[in-house]
Design a protein around this ligand. Structure first.
Ligand code: UD1
Ligand code: UDP
Length: 371
């Protein structure tokens, strides 16, 4: 076991902070040296510092303050800044998680340096190249040395693309580690249901922020219309912690939000987990929220035309409905009634342990992987 390995953890957005928090904790537990590089893609407190504070994560060693911009400009700035940080730190490996522009920039910067790359959540595919995230996933996988696939399905996607078996490690998804580490705390500490006067199972939770949904006026209007129909059909109100991208688009498009939808600020992790756990159904276009709904045993309806998380559908926890209003209503009515005893396909909550064990495995070590 090589315990001298130095890991640079590159992150930049809300889901990366949440899903890498168990990895950071595991580095601390093992006393492994690591450097935290924050691109600054997300910078508003409610998408960023609130998670560092609540999840008790250390301050980033490098904060690149890249901020928002077009894809090319944002990724380009990150690339230059991450390269500089990596040249300075000289880590053995750079670890990135997921499919954002921060991930793409971290992977490409490291690929031109003598730094290995680990991709957490490798092998996910929506097979929809219209989505910027799909490009980010594919390119990152193809330059990565360690492909940490959360499931056999994602590992098979990698095999189909010809990756050598030695690069693929099926670890489970670190989101399970994060949910296990926080769900009880959420029930004990969060007062969000009382604060919003919500009764468990008598509301639906909505998140929608994907560019393909909210940047298109007609699609965003259809989505809201479909959600309104759910409210009428199921007799529940809808709670919508709204991402700044979606909030900006609502204002810009001048869209009316139906009165059954309560817009609230983005929530911290414990409050959001509590809102998820007690919802009758979750409506979302988020990747991480599809996974968490499945892990928490809450039915999910995905407001997209494709998903890179087909495991959630295969186990019966999720339905893909697109944004047609009738399809949204019908999907939610069916899902609100399903048995919720499916098995979580994303692993046992030890993904971060497996990832660090694989990274620390020197060639001389026997294959001693946590099963
Ligand atoms: C990004 C990811 C997306 C991920 C999401 C997680 C890419 C291409 N997209 O989308 O895959 O699901 O993060 O939440 O990487 N803004 C703020 N405050 C912030 C950050 C953004 O107000 O802290 C606003 C800005 O107006 C910005 C817009 O949100 O232009 C979009 O931000 P950006 O980081 O480009 O993409 P996200 O929609 O957050
Ligand atoms: N999340 C949160 N507060 C919110 C909405 C989401 O803490 O108001 C968490 C959620 O629990 C999940 C992650 O953010 O872990 C998902 O991130 P997001 O939907 O922004 O991105 P995606 O997963 O689609 O890339």
């Amino acid at each position: 076991m090589n315990t001298d390995i130095h890991i640079a953890i590159v992150l930049g957005t809300r889901p990366e902070i949440i899903k890498l928090s168990p990895v950071i904790r595991e580095c601390e537990r093992r006393d492994l040296p690591y450097t935290l590089i924050h691109t600054g893609q997300h910078y508003s407190d409610e998408l960023d510092s609130v998670f560092f504070d609540q999840l008790e994560l250390p301050e980033p060693d490098y904060h690149l303050d890249v901020g928002s911009d077009s894809h090319g400009a944002q990724t380009g700035k990150m690339l230059a800044e991450i390269e500089q940080a990596l040249l300075d730190v000289e880590p053995d490996v750079a670890l990135v998680q997921g499919d954002t522009n921060s991930v793409l920039a971290g992977a490409i910067a490291a690929s031109k340096l003598p730094v290995e790359i680990g991709h957490v959540e490798a092998g996910l595919r929506s097979f929809d190249r219209e989505m910027p995230e799909e490009t980010n996933r594919v390119v990152t996988d193809h330059v990565a040395d360690y492909l940490f696939a959360p499931t056999d399905t994602s590992a098979d996607n990698l095999r189909d693309e010809g990756f050598d078996e030695s690069r693929i490690h099926v670890t489970g998804n670190t989101v399970v580690d994060a949910v296990h580490q926080h769900r009880t705390l959420a029930t004990e500490k969060s007062t969000i249901l009382d604060d919003l006067d919500l009764t468990p199972r008598e509301y639906a939770l909505l998140t929608a922020h994907r560019a393909e949904n909210v940047d298109d006026r007609a699609r965003f209007a259809d989505l809201l219309n479909g959600v309104e129909r759910i409210s009428t059909e199921l007799g529940v109100n809808i709670v919508y912690p709204i991402h700044p991208r979606a909030r900006n688009r609502l204002d810009e498009f001048g869209l009316d939000v139906p009165s059954c939808i309560e817009l609230i600020e983005p929530q911290d992790y414990l409050d959001f987990l509590d809102l998820e756990q007690a919802a009758t159904v979750i409506l979302t276009d988020s990747g991480g929220v599809q996974e968490e709904a499945c892990i928490l045993g809450v039915p999910c309806v995905t407001l997209r035309d494709s998903t890179e998380r087909p495991e959630t559908i295969d186990v019966g926890a999720n339905r893909l409905v697109g944004i047609d209003p009738d399809a949204i209503r019908n999907g939610a009515v069916e899902m609100a009634d399903v048995a919720t005893d499916w098995e979580n396909p994303f692993g046992d909550g030890n993904a971060s342990k497996r990832i660090l064990t694989a990274l620390c495995q020197s060639p001389a070590d026997d294959q001693q992987v946590i099963q």
